[in-house]
Design a protein around this ligand. Sequence first.
Ligand SMILES: Cc1ncc(COP(=O)(O)O)c(C=O)c1O
Length: 390
Amino acid sequence: MVYCPAVRRIYLDHTATTPLDPRVFEAMRPFWTGAFGNPSSVHWHGRQARMELEKAREAIAAAIGAQPGELFFTSGGTESDNLAVAGAARAARAAGRNRVVTSAAEHHAVLDTCEALGGEGCEVVVLRPDGTGRVSAEAVAQAADGRTALVSVMHGNNEVGTITRVREIADAVHAHAALMHSDAVQTLGKIPVDVKELGVDLLTVSAHKMYGPKGIGALYVRRGTALEPLMRGGGQERGRRPGTENVALAAGFAKAVEIAVAEMEAESERLASLRDSLQALILARFPAAVINGHPAERLPHILNISFDNSRVSLEGETLLLNMDLLGVSVTSGSACSSGSMQPSHVLLAMGRDPRTARATLRFSFGKGNTEDDVDEAVRRLNEVLSRMTA
Ligand SMILES: Cc1ncc(COP(=O)(O)O)c(C=O)c1O
């Protein structure tokens, strides 16, 4: 295959990250160039920074139906997940609650934290999702009990796009007076996210999945929820996340959330239409293609397809590399683990056989994509598959 440097690149990996919106960049600019104060300083420079930080906190909290005092800035989704799961589990130990329940389809930020808690003597229950990637409220109700500290189940899956019915699970969790955490990194800005409607005690969000800056996220912590901090230090974020706050990133995050929520309805409809076009074209052209995820209750921007190994034998890594050589940036699973090229833990948990799971592509759409990109991606996929199966 000959690499043509002039090829128009098509970015279809918005689940991994998104480009920065120029309006977000403008919102951050003053804090990189002039307004450098430390929000903890009592003098004028500090007070200006504090004011901007709290403005950002208010905007993000309002977007998810929370109070500003319930929102804590972190370095991103990974840290928020770690803080929610480990922080709540460790805080609940004193009350005799030493069990954590989660799903095998979670992001590694949750799964690996649960594993670490297991090493500390915590009883960890990992529920297997159904074939669509979902765990049911009934399964959670059976696994949770009076010794359960926390249940962590994501709102929208980053690999297959399946949306979880978080409210039903939260009700089952609260029947045992346990805490409910949900990872909403992929859902905020794509579908409505309201902490009260979801019934969660803890909720994770991250800026760089919605055209905001990398390196900032937030954790919603319902008022009165006990949480052990992961770090010790200067007492910032009311002791829950010490370290000098980054006002520029917070202002950018707030702007990104504001834009994402304002544009959500129209943009999600547009993304779903691109996803559906791609799905229809792929299914029509490639008989071995199978769709992963829930057929209806799924995020608008994600299309995850595998090539059934009983019909065609494809090496996932070669598939991915050839798509890249032809100018299409896609992934075979979550960006965090794609370096290792292991079959996706989510697809395996959903029951896909390892060979089929390896022959998987995840396409995820964003603002810059058009129907032209869909047609061109299918044309290039066709070229790759013709060569690989010749
Ligand atoms: C569902 C989900 N949770 C958590 C994360 C981690 O977020 P961050 O990259 O902000 O650490 C990701 C990123 O891929 C994600 O998709």
